[in-house]
Design a protein around this ligand. Structure first.
Ligand code: DOR
Length: 430
């Protein structure tokens, strides 16, 4: 199917926008020019209003299938991704069963092929059943093409021995180790950041050190192993400092930050509401500021949502007992555009890069670029109108967001994966 995007705008490096038409043929961007008149199967008219961007990439989401279908499925999670403008997502392995053997990974890939609306690249786990005891057969699993990388996200790898051996094996297969950094011996049963809120709400606190100390260990292990080491959801100023120093030392470390850690801090938690509970937790204002600074100076490479759906029943039980995690796919771009780009804290080019070319470059993916000849993964956004975010409108089964009712602009309205429309908000399309 051929598609013509008529009267859309593209973003130039100097932040100006230029009107253009984009012709999509056989899954690729065939032509970008000021006026294209080819006969095609479908025309989408941007009415000089819609901005065409490379499709967004999110290397950190939880699809919950298999085993957690009451929270999310491959269908609902990828529909949510498409609605958020994401064309490639990487699914975390904390499912049941865990993809920790080649046959389980293959089975998961079959389910993805049958059900996914956008491209899904699954992670495999570092340790069997995420137990931190026995390493998976990294070499054998890495032979399966679509496997994105190895991670035990949700839990930290507790011993240096496990981490070092995993890194050596992953390096030999040219795969990254992607790490949730948390030293359990200094978490002390915490459920929110160890700071103002933990005192005010009388809840056990998670010290910043439980994250940063493990990153400090791991960058040295990565150096010794010659491994690409990627840090998930960085949340503390000390972590930013350790990563910055490691990069300066020439260690192959990369890092991501979530929209919620960029936009919120512990002061936003005014009541015992588990939609503010995630791991790592919302930290102090100083931490929040250090994360943006780290993103701006390149210490943190890009943004990933950590989309983590849970049921309303699970979240209703309050901060102490509810599971960690919030959803993010359907709100990420609008929130970041409204609260970082519009006030001038970052540029639109920077935001787009952090959602496209940066993760693609870090992980060597052939996506995230808008140019003739590239794969036609595209997102059209409407920067004009504003709405109130409504969790009840989510395609995701998860309604667990602290951003319900926030006012935003910058809405993804059409999403195209390899030349196929996977999401469209009707009014803009003819
Ligand atoms: O908040 C979180 N939720 N952090 C994680 O590391 C795991 C995730 C989940 O799976 O719910």
């Amino acid at each position: 199917m051929n598609i013509l995007l008529k009267n859309v705008k593209r973003l130039l490096p100097n932040e100006k926008m230029e009107s253009c038409d984009v012709l999509i043929e056989e899954g690729k961007v065939k032509e970008i020019s000021s006026s294209i008149t080819n006969l095609v199967d479908q025309v989408i008219d941007g009415n000089d209003k819609l901005l065409v961007l490379p499709g967004f990439i999110d290397v950190h989401i939880h699809l919950r299938e298999p085993g957690g279908e009451h929270k999310e499925t491959i269908v609902t999670g990828t529909k949510a991704a498409a609605r958020g403008g994401f064309t490639t997502v990487c699914a975390m392995p904390n499912t049941n069963p865990v993809p920790d053997q080649p046959e389980k990974v293959r089975h998961l890939l079959e389910k993805i092929k049958e059900n996914a609306v956008v491209r899904v690249l699954p992670y495999a786990s570092i340790t069997k059943n995420l137990k931190g005891e026995e390493l998976t057969h990294i070499k054998e699993i890495a032979e399966i093409d679509q496997v994105f990388a190895f991670t035990d996200d949700g839990v930290g790898i507790q011993t240096a021995d496990h981490m070092l051996r995993a890194m050596k094996e992953a390096a030999a297969c040219n795969k990254a180790i992607v790490a949730h950094c948390e030293d359990n011996s200094i978490v002390y049963g915490g459920v929110v950041h160890d700071g103002e809120v933990s005192k005010r709400l009388n809840l056990p606190g998670i010290p910043s050190l439980s994250e940063s100390v493990q990153i400090a260990r791991d960058v040295l292990l990565a150096e010794a192993a010659g491994c690409h080491y990627h840090v998930c959801h960085v949340s503390t100023k000390e972590s930013v400092r350790v990563i910055r120093d490691a990069k300066k030392a020439g260690i192959h470390v990369t890092a991501e930050v979530t929209p919620h850690h960029l936009l919120l801090n512990e002061e936003f938690i005014t009541e015992n509401n588990a939609n503010y509970k995630m791991n790592p937790p919302l930290r102090s204002k100083a931490d929040q500021e250090a994360l943006l600074e780290g993103l701006l100076d390149g210490t943190i490479d890009f943004i990933a949502t950590d989309h983590a759906p849970h049921t309303e029943g699970e979240k209703e039980v309050g901060m102490h007992d509810a599971p960690f995690g919030i959803v993010g796919l359907e709100t990420a771009f609008s929130l970041l555009y409204t609260y970082l780009v519009e006030p001038g804290k970052v540029t639109l080019n920077q935001l787009v890069d952090w959602l496209t070319i940066k993760p693609a470059t870090v992980f060597n993916l052939p996506y995230g670029r808008l140019a003739e000849g590239e794969i036609a993964d595209l997102t059209l956004v409407d920067l004009t109108g504003g709405i109130k975010l409504d969790k009840n409108s989510f395609y995701s089964k998860g309604k667990n967001t602290p951003f319900h009712n926030w006012e935003v602009s910058g809405l993804p309205v059409v999403t195209i994966v390899e030349g196929k429309i996977v999401y469209e908000e009707c009014p803009h399309v003819i």
